[in-house]
Design a binder for this molecule. Structure first.
Ligand code: NDP
Length: 234
């Protein structure tokens, strides 16, 4: 049986594209979603990444039903954009709990099966803004930058066990998350993208497929931009 890969937030957007792409590549994909379901016949378990008890319960369900998890794509994420002067504690706590602490807890729990198997693949979905900064996104950028430090530290901890830990840093991707941005902000971002267009979720998924595949066996602690050149130099 092929390895189980857990994709969080795989019910829509980038996570959904990742789940479909990995399944098409022959991986055994399980989506973790708050509703416990996912479209296109993808297997799914209930998972709220901001709740430690939900993470434990989801792993137990997956291990019982599908076997040990040897791949984790920590994709689930939220924004609560506003200038720091106006940011509430809730805006800050929710974004850090979901995007940063949730991803770290997922990685910690996934290590159990990976260390036993002496192999594993962990991919954190960060963002170009984690490295560039973005006005109105202090909470989100801090969480996304935190994933880089977390991945690189963990890569050092578990490299000798055959486990790789990498980060994908997308730029502007056309999903529900970006659909609500004002048109002038979208135009401003587009001007700064050398490729002159936004990304499609499938273009992020292609890079994740590479990182979880055999071809990336010697890639760890890396930050792979999928941003059309927006964050060049970082
Ligand atoms: P969407 O808003 O389209 O989808 C977000 C996904 O995350 C949904 O499946 C959502 O589930 C899930 N999610 C949110 N909170 C939780 C939670 N507490 N527990 C479980 N699942 C949760 O976002 P994108 O697809 O655009 O983004 C995916 C990732 O890519 C995020 O980490 C985002 O920060 C990152 N990213 C996105 C960029 C973009 O331009 N779109 C750019 C750079 C990075 P539900 O359906 O239940 O809400």
């Amino acid at each position: 049986m092929s390895d189980v890969i857990l994709v969080t937030g795989g019910n829509r957007g980038i996570g959904h594209a990742i789940a479909l792409r990995l399944r098409a590549a022959g991986h055994r994909v399980v989506v973790g979603s708050r509703s416990g379901s996912a479209p296109d016949g993808l297997d799914a378990v209930p998972l709220d990444v901001s709740l430690p008890s939900s993470i434990d319960a989801a792993f137990e369900r997956i291990e019982d039903a599908f076997g040990p998890v040897h791949g984790l794509v920590a994709n689930a994420g939220i924004t609560r954009d506003t200038l720091l002067m106006r940011m509430t504690d809730e805006d800050l706590d929710e974004v850090l709990a979901t995007n940063l602490a949730g991803s770290i807890r997922l990685a910690r729990r996934s290590l159990r099966g990976m260390i036993k198997a002496r192999r594993g693949r962990i991919v954190f979905i960060s963002s170009v803004v984690g490295l560039m900064g973005s006005a109105g996104q202090v909470n989100y950028a801090a969480a996304k930058a935190g994933l880089v430090g977390a991945a690189r530290s963990l890569a050092r901890e578990v490299g000798s066990r055959g486990i790789t830990v990498n980060v994908v840093a997308p730029g502007f991707v056309e999903t529900d998350m970006t659909a609500g941005l004002p048109d002038d902000r979208k135009a401003e971002i587009l001007c700064a993208v050398p490729l002159g267009r936004y990304a499609q979720p499938a273009e992020v998924a292609a890079v994740v497929e590479f990182l979880v595949g055999d071809g990336a066996a010697y890639v760890t602690g890396a930050v792979l931009p999928v941003d059309g050149g927006l964050g060049m130099g970082h």
